[in-house]
Design a protein around this ligand. Structure first.
Ligand code: G3I
Length: 493
């Protein structure tokens, strides 16, 4: 559904990534015994073992400091420009672009095989003076022109862009931050994403914000609802960045993993984009790292500077290296965690702390052990596994009595299809993907077939749900409400 509204380039890339992922899964399984004992000596290499990156913000003027570049080049395989790719740096005067520093960083990184995240295209802060003085349609056009010029300049060179930065307000409202960009109209964020997509359909497009770490915070929910809406309407968004500044009074919340997995379940990558933690406690750094590693779509971690002396909050000593460039205990904790990662996590995170309501009267209505079609009450179409690959999302499709639509409900509450593949929740939040995966004994593969026709996940308490009745409509998890798009019949033919 979403991909229909997206340009062909982005859609094709997505499909090929899925194909590649399937190959990687197959290879990983056969190579697992050899990889199990690898312990890499640097952050980037350790993260790469599970297909992730470990990066840092870079201030370009520090590339002249050899102590700095020695650590950068040794430890990190991703960079984000700390200030050099912000609007005030790239377009100091209207129509006059200065790419010198940005290009220097991109060249340094790419020549060493590091990924680059562009930061940032549209932000209320660090606008050049001429932009700050604009409003209304003139500002909107200036934003569009800036994005088009900058994304075109870097086309093919970056991994991702922070398209929009910090558009939500702090506090309990969960709404947008007031800014000159916001006052051009509520659609400014999606216009920014569509403009970036038109300029480079292949670079990943991210929304980035801070104080979005605690799943229960209104700001987190506000951003979540925006991303969910974008995915539903086909606005091209690929990733959400969690700045994760646990400095200046913010702390690691115990539900951070739930936040990451809930966003990932919307169908976006998630990334820790600006990590720093007051006094750099090893435990908190370890927790953040393990939370990312537990979420298969958490694709990387970026710290906001290398040495404490490089930090925007250096008085809090929040980074992994001290001012002399020596590794701190937090460094060891992160490296050990990265080296302990499994190559391909399947179950992103624990249960959310605020699960949806449980369905009424649970209890299987189909006899365990018999193969059945699972027929949607609203669509009259069958739940269908389009391939046998791990991670294949299930969909609605015309019932055809073939084996990829024959589900066996086992006494262990699994729904098995095509041999030893199981219906599997790729997350537990609203919007989590429902896929097939090799059967195991965890609760994200256990389902209650309820007497009101709903099928709810044992781990999440949420119900199988479809947004449309069409062929190809994807199945997701959603709070159980029992309406017909959540009702299914098990039919043995
Ligand atoms: O380079 C000038 C220098 O010539 C001048 O003398 C000095 C006077 O104050 O300012 C220097 O520029 C500073 C610049 O950092 C480079 O050090 C700016 O004043 C200062 O405002 C700027 O701060 C940056 C801040 O964003 C601006 O909002 C920080 O370095 C940068 O780490 C920080 O990064 C942000 C992310 O982009 C978004 N998330 C939050 C994060 C931390 O605030």
């Amino acid at each position: 559904m979403v991909s229909r509204t997206r340009p062909a380039g982005r859609r094709l890339r997505t499909l090929s990534v899925v194909g590649t992922a399937a190959v990687v899964v197959a290879l990983t399984v056969s190579l697992l015994p050899n990889l199990a004992h690898a312990a890499e000596a640097t952050l980037g290499a350790a993260a790469a073992q599970s297909g992730r990156y470990f990066g840092t913000a870079v201030a370009v003027n520090r590339l002249n400091d050899s102590a700095y570049t020695t650590i950068l080049n040794r430890e990190f395989n991703q960079v984000t420009a700390e200030n050099e790719m912000k609007p005030d740096a790239l377009q100091p005067n209207r129509g006059q672009f200065n790419y010198t520093n940005g290009d220097r960083l991109v060249s340094h990184a790419r020549s060493r095989g590091m990924k680059v995240k562009g930061h940032t295209l549209a932000w209320h802060a660090q606008q050049p003076g001429w932009m700050q003085s604009l409003s209304g349609s003139a500002l909107r056009q200036a934003m569009i022109d800036h994005i088009t010029n900058v994304v075109t300049h870097y086309r093919g060179q970056l991994d991702s862009w922070d398209v929009v930065n910090e558009a939500y307000a702090d506090g309990g409202g969960g709404g947008r931050r007031d800014s000159n960009l916001q006052r051009t109209g509520n659609d400014w964020i999606e216009v920014a994403f569509r403009t970036a997509d038109a300029a480079d359909p292949n670079v990943k497009l991210c929304y980035n914000d801070y104080n979005t770490d605690n799943w229960n915070d209104a700001k987190t929910q506000g951003v979540y609802n925006m991303v969910r809406d974008f995915k539903q309407r086909g606005v091209p968004i690929d990733c959400v960045g969690f700045q994760t500044h646990f400095t200046g009074g913010s702390n690691y919340p115990s539900n951070y993993r739930t936040t990451l997995s809930s966003f990932a379940a919307l169908g976006v990558d998630v990334q820790v984009t600006e990590l720093d933690i007051r006094n750099a406690p090893a435990d908190a750094y370890r927790n953040v790292t393990n939370d990312c590693l537990a979420v298969s779509r958490c694709t990387g971690i970026t710290v906001w500077g290398i040495r404490d002396s490089d930090s925007w909050r250096s008085s809090e000593s929040p980074l992994l290296f001290n001012g002399s460039g020596q590794k701190k205990p937090a460094y060891d904790a992160v490296l050990t965690a990265l080296n302990s990662a499994t190559p391909n996590p399947t179950t992103p995170g624990p249960n959310p702390t605020t699960p949806g309501p449980n369905p009424t009267t649970p209890g299987p209505t189909a006899p365990p052990g018999s193969a059945s079609e699972i027929v949607g009450a609203q669509s009259n179409r069958c739940i269908d596994a389009p391939s046998r690959n791990n991670g294949t999302r299930v969909q609605l499709y015309d019932c055809n009595r073939q084996s990829n639509q024959q589900w066996t409900y086992t006494s262990a509450k699994q729904l098995q299809v095509s041999g030893n593949m199981c219906l599997d929740a790729a997350g537990s939040g609203n919007g989590a993907a429902v896929q097939i995966y090799s059967c195991h004994s965890q609760t994200n593969q256990q389902w209650n077939v309820n007497s009101n026709g709903t099928i709810s996940g044992v781990q999440s308490g949420r119900c199988l749900d479809v947004w449309s009745t069409a062929n190809g409509a994807q199945v997701q998890l959603y709070d159980c409400h029992g309406q017909t798009n959540q009702q299914f019949r098990l039919v043995s033919r």
